[in-house]
Design a protein around this ligand. Structure first.
Ligand code: MG
Length: 116
C-alpha cells in the first residue's frame, strides 16, 4: 500500500476562506462594524472544498489569521457553520500589506489544485 506524504498547510482566513479581503475594511470602522463584517462574511466554497479534501487526505490544516484573540469564538462559529475542517485556528498573525515567504503557495495555485 502506498503512503501519500502529509503536508502542513497554514491557510489565511480573510480574503481566502472568507470574502473579507482588505476592501471590506477601512480605518474608520468601529470594532462592532469589523465584527459585523466577520459574522456576515460569505464563504469561498472553492477554497473550502479544497481544504476539506486536503484534511480528508490526512494533511494538517492550520488556519492562520491576524484576527484578535477576542474574535476567536465568533471565528470558530463561522468556520463550523461553513463546514471548514481544520486542526487549529492560530490567531495573532502579523498584520502586513505583503507577506514574503519562500514556502508561499499562491492563492491561484492553491485554488487550481496543484500541490508542491
Ligand atoms: Mg487575508
Amino acid at each position: 500500500m502506498s503512503q501519500k506524504k502529509a503536508y502542513t498547510y497554514a491557510i489565511d482566513l480573510d480574503g481566502v476562506i472568507a470574502d473579507t479581503g482588505p476592501e471590506k475594511f477601512n480605518p474608520t470602522m468601529s470594532d462592532e462594524e469589523v465584527v459585523k463584517v466577520y459574522r456576515q462574511a460569505q464563504p469561498n466554497q472553492t477554497i473550502i472544498t479544497k481544504i476539506n479534501k486536503l484534511y480528508g487526505e490526512g494533511n494538517v490544516i492550520f488556519i492562520h489569521s491576524s484576527r484578535y484573540e477576542s474574535d476567536r469564538e465568533l471565528t470558530e462559529q463561522w468556520l463550523a457553520k461553513n463546514d471548514v475542517k481544520y486542526h487549529r485556528l492560530v490567531l495573532g498573525k502579523i498584520r502586513a500589506d505583503y507577506y514574503v515567504d519562500d514556502r508561499n503557495l499562491s492563492l491561484q495555485i492553491f485554488e487550481g489544485g496543484e500541490q508542491k
